[in-house]
Ligand binder design. Structure first.
Ligand code: TYM
Length: 332
């Protein structure tokens, strides 16, 4: 039986947040454990330069995120793990797909509008074209399933539209992928403003938990998390966004349901929820630090994993790119 291709990627910029982990990477690890899946995970470094990156920081972060993925249990002997810029087919397919994508579609993308407002001095073409590069990433591997957090779903929809449009013009060429949200925690919110997404670019360090934060830092940040008026612990995103976010983090960290957590905290106080949440997050992330320290110390081994992953990825990507070029009418 043909295995299901699972594809996803993460930008190696800033820190890996608790949101990245709960909303995406933890799910990747679970998908990898299923023998029916063939998993491919990338570090989307080409995407990072849509906003200015310091060259040394980009190099450092790319290696660090690679070590983080491995520390999270992504195993290069069962999944393909690679750095996007090592596989030139991504940029090449993105160009082809650009010619089947409309400016109006890109203009409407929420993330483009948000980032344009945030980086008004640098609204470059790459920022607008970002979803097309992401479509190229996904379509190159005939991906069936793309596990992402809520914020990437709109981009996934565009990838589906582009694939469908190309197939309609030239006949079946690309697999039309399906997005998949994690059951609990597809949108982890900022600890300081629970109506906004927890984001690695948040300037307030108290709003964000890094997967490498110490136990003390995690406990302190959760203790200071903004909660809501009243005292009842209920899951109500609209009226109690802070408490709902803590319940989501706790349920996800313990592998429990939100309903179970609500029952458990009936009649208890916000402080109890915070203590339990901090303990669960510390426990979930404990193995990270130790594994990470060992992995990051051996740069040679780390880069060998990346080269090996890129060679495997390229074999698949080159075939798909050739198929698309042939359909378009390029002389091969
Ligand atoms: P990135 O690097 O911003 O985030 C990586 C993954 O983490 C999820 N995520 C969250 N989930 C829950 N709560 C949060 N607060 C939170 N913040 C981030 C994201 O949804 C994502 O799944 N464009 C992508 C990277 C990418 C990609 C791809 C993804 C490039 N090519 C192809 C899938 C397929 C991005 O910037 O993710």
């Amino acid at each position: 039986m043909k295995k299901r291709v699972v594809y996803s990627a993460i930008q190696p910029s800033g820190i890996m947040t608790l949101g990245n982990y709960i909303g995406a990477v933890k799910n990747w690890h679970e998908l990898q454990a299923n023998d029916n899946n063939s998993c491919i995970f990338a570090l989307a470094d080409l995407h990072t330069i849509t906003v200015r990156q310091d060259p040394d920081a980009l190099r450092r972060n790319t290696k660090s995120f690679l070590a983080l993925l491995l520390a999270a249990g992504i195993d290069p002997s069962s999944s393909v793990v690679y750095i996007q810029s090592h596989v030139h087919e991504h940029a090449e397919l993105a160009w082809l797909l650009n010619c089947y994508t409309y400016v109006g579609e890109m203009n409407r993308m929420t993330q483009f509008k948000d980032k344009s407002a945030k980086h008004s001095d640098n609204i470059n073409m790459g920022l607008m074209d970002y979803p097309v590069l992401m479509a190229a990433d996904i379509l190159l591997y005939d991906s069936d399933v793309v596990p992402v957090g809520v914020d990437q779903m709109q981009h996934l929809e565009i990838a589906r539209d582009i694939a469908g449009r190309f197939n309609n013009s030239y006949g079946e060429t690309f697999v039309v992928p399906t997005g998949q949200l994690t059951k609990t925690g597809a949108k982890i919110m900022s600890l300081q403003d629970p109506t906004a997404k927890m984001s690695k670019s948040d300037p307030n360090p108290n709003a964000v938990i890094s997967v490498l934060d110490s136990a003390d830092d995690i406990a302190r940040k959760i203790k200071r998390a903004v909660t809501d008026s009243g005292s009842e612990i209920v899951y109500d995103v609209e009226n109690k966004p802070g408490v709902s976010n803590l319940l989501t983090i706790l349920a996800s960290a313990e592998g429990a349901t939100i309903e179970d957590e609500v029952k458990r905290f009936k009649g208890k106080m916000y402080g109890h929820l915070k203590v339990a949440c901090a303990e669960a997050v510390v426990e979930m992330l404990r193995p990270f630090r130790e594994r990470y320290d060992a992995l990051i110390a051996d740069e040679g081994a780390l880069l060998a994993f990346a080269r090996d992953g890129a060679a495997k990825a390229e074999q698949i990507a080159a075939r798909t790119l050739a198929r698309a070029k042939d359909k378009i009418g390029f002389v091969l």
